[in-house]
Design a protein. Structure first.
Length: 573
């Protein structure tokens, strides 16, 4: 029988907004069925907490740094091998339905309707490996782009009205709770015209018409619960307002009553949108059962990234916190016994290898290119051994990175406490590593970080090698200048690096040995003191620390300590 694959996705869904996990904050019985009959991975981490990087990593099995999509700007090159292209070659019929977001060519200040002509580009989008394309750009993209959903609305004379409603409901983007402009208005049109209802209907039509003798791959990517939080009223009525003050906030930070009320409305709308999406999932599962295809279909459910929803005084995503990084993942493998919850580290890109492995393909070979160089490093790892009960984990840690700078512009991103939006300083790239114990042990954007990232790619390509145990955070000695700049280690330096460091220090100390008078009468001038500080920073740099970033230059820092601990590290340089 054909081995079918159905990949279900949402947009911007936190891992705790599900119904199958203990303490889940959403009601999704059909998703719960997938998790109950298969398994769910509570340690799944997105490889990049932004839409385009996460989604392109999922279909290529690579980190966003490898494919040039570190942030939400630019397009994925079709020449990079994808899961869909590999499955096409293997005889699969491939369907792409819903939000892709592989392309982001237009800037954010593009006028209405002048963004990507996605409907006209439908044949070009097939280059990623799709036989059938019905694409939505996303809720916030609707105002700029003309996609298949825009064409649907346009044919019914609703496009301008829906665009006006989306703009009025969502407002401008904001990153902090004091710049939260989304009004969480109920959907103002017929429920049948809601974007995720239309998406589910198109997917259902394709499933009903598919030839059961041929294997299929279908990606159904819903646009909720991403902002604007505009759930239909019928679903809002299922969820009374819950005014529970459970926001995780930094010490000394608080939310006003109005800020809490706005976030409570948005959280209620998110639960309502997820229940609507769950009904669409149930419809698709029913069709598979009716056509006797369910037991031949691998079911996967996930999201591209999470949503802060007021925790840590933040909104949306693009930050190194658990609420933005941790994503839901539930998989049902036909013929396998349920495994329940798995807490081992998993990366979103692992879904690529999992799907190809199920189809009988070698993931590394299917996603590699022999040229140019380094195109044969595929970090993605199949989760089928875990789903079959053969092992508990396929990796020792999960890796994420982020360079969220494309929205940092006047009128788009606001700093906390400002009366008007201001330009935020761009942040260097951030690397976030996740252990089963939820500890962070390396930062990117620095020489040590870049070396660590190379080690990550090597270890990912060669499972079981170059994965040394976590040794805990390195605590600077009290009294040392720059002690406030944290030094975090996850890997000891190699022997070669240690030898280079020792020789470097010996060379610098040679004048002290040859001329003892220098030590007897040190000239503690302002310049020499500065030179000593530079020397101290260089030596700390040789040891791989972050000491060269003086006190006061750290933008954010933290590692997990209870529920309020940071999930990652951000360094402003």
């Amino acid at each position: 029988m054909p081995k079918n694959i159905l990949l279900l996705m949402t947009d911007q869904q936190r891992a705790d907004y599900v119904g199958y996990a203990p303490g889940g904050k959403a009601v999704m019985p059909n998703l719960g069925r997938i998790a109950r009959e298969g398994g769910w991975f509570s340690g799944c981490q997105t490889v990049n907490p932004i839409c385009t990087p996460a989604r392109t990593s999922l279909i290529t099995g690579r980190y966003s740094r490898q494919i040039g999509t570190l942030t939400m700007s630019g397009d994925l090159f079709p020449q990079i091998p994808t899961v869909m292209q590999a499955l096409q070659k293997a005889g699969y019929v491939t369907y792409g339905i819903g939000k892709f977001h592989y392309t982001q060519t237009h800037p954010w200040n593009t006028p209405r309707g002048m963004g990507m002509p996605l409907y006209a580009m439908r044949e070009q989008m097939k280059a990623y490996g799709y036989d059938f394309v019905w694409e939505t750009g996303g809720k916030q993209q609707l105002d700029k782009c003309y996609d298949h959903y825009a064409k649907y609305l346009d044919d019914r004379g609703l496009l301008d009205a829906v665009r006006d409603f989306m703009t009025a409901c969502g407002g401008a983007n904001g990153d902090t709770a004091d710049h939260n402009y989304d009004k969480a208005l109920p959907w103002a049109f017929e429920e049948a015209d809601y974007v995720d209802v239309v998406t589910g209907r198109v997917a259902a039509e394709r499933l009903r018409e598919h030839d059961p003798a041929k294997p299929f791959f279908m990606k159904v990517s819903f646009c909720g619960p991403h902002k604007p939080y505009e759930a239909p009223q019928r679903y809002l009525d299922l969820f009374p307002m819950q005014r529970v003050d459970d926001f995780l906030l930094p010490d000394g930070q608080s939310l006003t009553g109005a800020q809490k009320e706005a976030l409570w409305r948005q959280r209620r709308a998110a639960r309502a949108m997820l229940r609507l999406i769950d009904d669409q999932i149930g419809m698709l599962l029913s069709i598979l059962e009716e056509r006797d295809m369910l037991e031949d279909t691998l079911l996967l459910f996930t999201s591209d990234h999470g949503d802060m929803l007021g925790d840590h005084f933040m909104l949306q995503k693009g930050v190194p916190w658990r609420q933005a990084l941790n994503v839901p993942l539930a998989i049902r493998l036909p013929g396998a016994a349920p495994i329940g919850e798995n807490t081992a580290p998993v990366e979103l890109s692992d879904l690529a290898a999992t799907m190809l492995d199920y189809a009988g393909l070698a993931p590394a070979q299917a996603l590699s290119r022999s040229w140019p160089a380094y195109n044969d490093i595929i970090p993605s790892r199949s989760l089928l051994p875990v789903l079959r009960g053969e092992t508990d984990a396929v990796r020792a840690f999960a890796f994420s990175e982020c360079d969220f700078t494309e929205e940092r512009a006047p009128g788009v991103t606001a700093g906390s406490g400002d009366a008007q939006p201001r330009r935020a300083r761009p942040l260097k790239r951030v690397a976030m590593y996740y252990h089963p114990w939820k500890q962070i042990y390396q930062v990117s954007g620095l020489p040590a970080g870049r070396s660590a990232c190379r080690r990550v790619l090597r270890s990912a390509a060669r499972p079981g090698r170059n994965e040394k145990p976590y040794r805990g955070p390195r605590v600077p000695r009290a009294g040392r200048r720059g002690a406030a700049a944290p030094a975090i280690h996850g890997r000891p330096l190699s022997a070669r690096a240690k030898n280079v460091g020792r020789r470097f220090l010996a060379l610098l100390s040679l004048p002290l040995l040859l001329f003892p008078s220098i030590r007897a009468k040190p000239r503690r001038t302002k310049r020499s003191a500065g030179a000593l500080r530079v020397f101290a920073r260089l030596t700390r740099g040789v040891r791989g620390a972050l000491g060269k970033h003086a006190a006061g230059r750290v933008h954010k820092f933290g590692f997990t300590g209870g529920e309020k601990g940071a999930y990652g590290v951000t360094v402003k340089i």
